[in-house]
Design a protein around this ligand. Structure first.
Ligand SMILES: [Cu+2]
Length: 169
């Protein structure tokens, strides 16, 4: 490698370094963009979303979630049966491929908070422990976003962005 090329690599790392830092990590597993929507009056459940990146050459799996923020916390997915979207508890966890990622996002996988201890308040953070099969446990905080929050990149799931709490379990 000649020096000019090396210098270019270093400069690139410096420029992008701050944006590459993960919000939370457990070994090679990095967690970013963790959020829930603020509760609306009368809402008793909530859903959490996160992007999981695996820097390792070994596949891993998100196997369970724990939090004091709700009476029960489960890993859910959304399945469509006869044209009706229904939430189901995930069997065996959420796979995170080697050198790959998994995304919990509206319309798909989510952390399900059942019977909230207290309403999610805008600007607060919700502490959760995520447990991975290989990387182990990591304590993370989910940021509370406005009730109408929807990431722009998730537009294709628009049909699922309504009242999550009203869905049948
Ligand atoms: Cu759910």
């Amino acid at each position: 490698m000649n020096f000019a090329r090396l210098a270019g690599v270093v400069a690139c790392a410096l420029i992008t370094g701050t944006t590459w830092a993960a919000d939370f990590a457990a070994g090679p597993i990095e967690l970013n963009d963790l959020w829930v929507r603020a509760s609306v009056p009368g809402q008793i459940n909530g859903a959490g979303y996160v992007e999981i990146n695996n820097k390792s050459g070994q596949a891993d799996r998100l196997v369970s979630v724990q939090s004091d923020a709700a009476a029960r916390v489960e890993l859910h997915t959304v399945l469509t049966e006869n044209g009706v979207a229904k939430m189901r508890q995930v069997e065996g966890g959420v796979d995170v491929p080697a050198h790959g990622s998994a995304r919990l996002s509206p319309g798909g996988f989510h952390v399900m908070f059942l019977q909230l201890t207290a309403p999610f308040k805008l600007g607060a953070t919700i502490p959760v422990v995520l447990k991975f099969e290989k990387a182990g446990e990591v304590r993370v905080d989910f940021a509370v976003k406005p009730p109408t929050y929807n990431p722009a990149s998730q537009g294709e799931h628009g049909m699922m962005t309504g009242d999550h709490a009203g869905m049948k379990h």
